[in-house]
Ligand binder design. Structure first.
Ligand SMILES: [Zn+2]
Length: 397
């Protein structure tokens, strides 16, 4: 199943910087801010252009706390913010990179929204359940399950997770379109509306902060349940609001989610860190994808989004300008590729996709070409759609 092209292995391009080269985009009057994280137990330093920089900006805003580990965690959740945890599914691979990021948004007093439960991996689902703590330290405090889209590495875990919880939370998302592959067939319990707000509201301050863990049970963070409950108790008056944003393009039923109170964008597979989103027609559509980037740019400006949390890879961004830069760079990259493809097509007007592929993607590892061919088709369809009276050309490819 085509998901995302991985150009690199996990952690291969984290770009740990042990020297401090000048960053080409850095302001001439402001020195670059170095941030420090842990890789394989070793403190490593990162600058703005490094792939892990945005995550360190979110987790270690002072830039001086060297404790955050950037190694991928599949056995315990990583707390990214007081109300956001990430648990990466144990499904690393060529199409999934380090694995699918499942996110839990909320706290013990509001319950959690689970975003992208991932594949139907029993251990992963159990860990998600355990991480969603009730005030008494027990798990399964999940109010809603949202699937950004229905690819096999995102949505099959939704029903098993739902079945573990009592009461069972609804599975929300968009139904798969007729264009979806069979493995991506999906019907949510309730269809999300565009710009719908999903709000978690505190259920009171009656938590028993002296409660210990149930007999024989530890918390997913390795500490006592009482400590974990106390740590979320400080946030018990917070609400957490996710705004749904329709973003077709990678998949026809793709949605992104914007955490309004914190300026975070959960981008699903529409924006990735360390790899390029595959657009696989007919369910994938390049024109829709580009338009959805514009939609995300506008929503990010409206809500001062500073960080983008993708379904694969570390957190992106670090400021409103950095988050905006991620989106604008992504669109520019796509349009640059499309211009290259158009030039190849013009030079070889009688060519086929197989003729154009090695020319249009000569800067990409040939092992990626079979998958890149799907995005090539998406670009060719888009190019034809922009050319008057040529809308039927793509059908002949
Ligand atoms: Zn996908």
């Amino acid at each position: 199943m085509l998901q995302n092209v991985r150009m690199v292995r996990p952690n291969q391009r984290l770009h740990a910087q042990h020297a401090l080269p000048a960053h080409p985009d850095a302001s001439p009057t402001l020195p670059p801010v170095q941030r420090t994280g842990q890789l394989a137990g070793v403190a490593s330093h990162f600058l703005q252009h490094d792939m892990a920089y945005g995550e360190l900006a979110l987790v270690c805003p002072t830039g001086t706390e060297p404790h955050h580990t950037l190694d991928w965690q599949s056995t315990q959740p990583v707390r990214l913010l007081r109300n956001v945890m990430r648990l990466t599914a144990p499904n690393p691979g060529f199409m999934t990179g380090p694995g699918t990021n499942s996110y839990l948004v909320g706290d013990a007093h509001t319950g959690f929204i689970a975003i992208d439960p991932g594949p139907a991996d029993a251990d992963h689902i159990q860990r998600l359940w355990r991480a969603a703590l009730h005030p008494d330290g027990s798990g399964g405090n999940i109010q809603m399950i949202v699937c950004t889209h229905s690819h096999a590495d995102h949505s099959p875990g939704a029903k098993p997770l739902q079945a573990l919880c009592a009461p069972q939370p609804p599975i929300l998302g968009l139904p798969s379109a007729p264009t979806a592959r069979v493995a991506s067939a999906f019907t949510p319990d309730r269809v999300l509306q565009n710009n719908e707000l999903l709000t978690l509201i505190p259920r009171g301050l009656e938590a028993d902060f002296t409660a210990g863990p149930p007999q024989g049970e530890s918390t997913p963070f390795g500490g006592s349940a009482a400590h974990a409950v106390a740590s979320v108790g400080a946030n018990s008056t917070h609400t957490h609001t996710l705004q749904t944003i329709y973003t077709p393009g990678h998949a026809a039923n793709h949605v992104c989610l914007l955490l309004v109170e914190d300026g975070l964008l959960f981008s699903g597979d529409h924006i990735l860190n360390g790899s390029t989103t595959v657009i696989d027609p007919p369910d994938g559509h390049m024109g829709d994808y580009l338009q959805s980037l514009d939609t995300l740019l506008a929503a990010s400006a409206q809500h001062d989004v500073q960080f983008i949390l993708p379904a694969h890879g570390h957190v992106l961004g670090g400021s409103t300008a950095a988050a905006r830069g991620v989106i604008t760079h992504l669109k520019a990259h796509r349009l640059k590729r499309e211009a290259k493809i158009a030039a190849v097509m013009a030079a070889h007007p009688l060519g086929t996709l197989d003729d154009w592929l090695p020319l249009a993607y000569d800067d990409v590892d040939s092992r990626v070409w079979p998958v890149a061919k799907r995005s090539l088709l998406a670009h060719v369809e888009h190019i034809h759609s922009l050319t008057p009276n040529n809308n039927n050309k793509a059908a002949a490819l």
